[in-house]
Ligand binder design. Sequence first.
Ligand SMILES: Nc1nc2c(ncn2[C@@H]2O[C@H](COP(=O)(O)OP(=O)(O)OP(=O)(O)O)[C@@H](O)[C@H]2O)c(=O)[nH]1
Ligand SMILES: [Mg+2]
Length: 308
Amino acid sequence: MPTESLPAGVLRGDRVSVAKAITEVENGDRDAESLLRAIGKKGRRSFVLGVTGPPGTGKSTIVDRLIEEYRRMRVKVGVVAVDPTSPITGGALLGDRVRMMKHTMDNGVFIRSMASRGWAGGLSGAVSEAIQILDAAGFGVIIIETVGIGQADIEIMKIAHTVMVVTIPGLGDEVQVSKAGLMEIGDIYTVNKGDLPGADAMVINLLGMVRDMKGRSPPVLKVSALKGEGVSTLFEAVEKERKKALSPQGKQVRLRSARGMVVELAKRRVLDGLDERVQKEATRLASEVVEGRLSFGEAADLLSDGEQ
Ligand SMILES: Nc1nc2c(ncn2[C@@H]2O[C@H](COP(=O)(O)OP(=O)(O)OP(=O)(O)O)[C@@H](O)[C@H]2O)c(=O)[nH]1
Ligand SMILES: [Mg+2]
């Protein structure tokens, strides 16, 4: 039997090929470039949903519920969970925080955790590449889960068509602290763990905060992902966004997301190249310092000047 090429496997929607392909982009393998070229001719058709919020608010539990809903409609769902805790492992390990294991037997679901540690500015580029692979493999809905506490998470959300911010009762202060970040980027807000006390107060609190920002009025929905309460309303809100994003009226949304992808991909290329050059140049300048021909400061000046 002739062995199938990796791009062909990806285009066929084979999960093993998709996993291999994402590992290639994650590792920055040279092969990844030709792979992306081979699969990247078609325009994007997938809907990209970003799910973000503080740690432990139930993002993965919500994503799991959304997967169930989409699978009922026979839509294939790909999930990339950006994991701030795990070291880079080659990306093959599914983080503990991804609680969607029950879909492992379903070929229409692909779940991957991507380590964010060690990526510096290039993470969004890697996520953008993973999105291209999942899109080419026919995953009609692609969900990116990030812990919305850092700037990198906010950056990643720029490539999503729609952003869902997940909070829980009593998280007022945490949300407030990152208000400028989290409160600006959401298209849908959820108060998850609605089965716990204080959920209604949190909804009112959030409605106030969201209205303060830019005068928009995105939905604020009380949900208990654990019990399944409010999930159908949440799903309807997501579906409304998906239909909008893929309709002629959604051109602006698609443009914004595509722009985010292009910028992040370009950044990754620059950073990769920059890093290689900087490392080489740093070695050369260090020997000048050791030989006494340059001071540390002069070497640092030369290293930074060379990059302007
Ligand atoms: N009471 C209650 N607990 C929930 C609900 N949804 C999730 N949980 C619990 O909250 C904990 C964290 O859930 P996850 O879905 O892993 O949360 P997460 O936001 O993905 O967590 P990180 O990815 O680690 O940031 C788990 O123990 C869940 O069972 C809910 O609606 N109500
Ligand atoms: Mg999670």
